[in-house]
Design a protein around this ligand. Structure first.
Ligand code: NI
Length: 169
């Protein structure tokens, strides 16, 4: 089932999420829905807070459904390692129509549980490292807009406010 994606400004996006305590049928349904919602958008990553669920779960698939091996589910993820720095344009399904250059680690190692409850470790470089950091930020209540400063950030926030005021956000 495709779930509605919260947009910048919705309270659920701006608070830290809590750990999943048990992988119940509801959690598995949430993950299925998150994958379906990510593919429908389409996007390469989605975190549970984006569909209004304050739990530490994210899904990432750089192939957007084309390669089953590329689908990653992380429950209660933590960073084991991050290094280097990359600067690339980035967007977010919760901030549609906007993007900005964001500094991210060049390489990131994440450990979490998969949907079977098995501990998994994934290493990403480049875009995958960026996606891991972006989704982990969502679990901490942070969006890419919060990672940029100055005029670019002010411009995005002001435009969103204007859209919200006219009911177009
Ligand atoms: Ni995002």
């Amino acid at each position: 089932m495709i779930r509605p994606i919260l947009k910048y400004g919705a309270a659920g996006l701006h608070h830290p999420a809590r750990d999943v305590e048990a992988i119940t049928p509801e959690i598995l349904a949430l993950i299925d829905d998150m994958v379906a919602t990510m593919y429908a958008a389409p996007g390469i990553g989605l975190a549970a807070p984006q569909v209004g669920v304050p739990l530490r779960v994210f899904v990432v698939d750089l192939s957007v459904g084309k390669d089953p091996a590329a689908q990653i589910t992380m429950i209660n993820p933590v960073f084991l390692d991050r290094e280097g720095m990359q600067l690339e344009e980035e967007g977010c399904l919760s901030v549609p129509g906007f993007n900005a250059t964001v500094s991210r680690p060049q390489r990131a190692v994440v450990r979490g549980l998969d949907r079977e409850g098995c501990e998994r470790q994934r290493e990403g470089t480049g875009l995958l490292a960026r996606a891991f950091q972006h989704e982990m930020d969502h679990l901490d209540g942070r969006l890419f807009v919060d990672r940029i400063r100055g005029i670019k950030r002010d411009l995005i926030v002001r435009k969103i406010r204007k859209l919200a005021k006219s009911g177009q956000w």
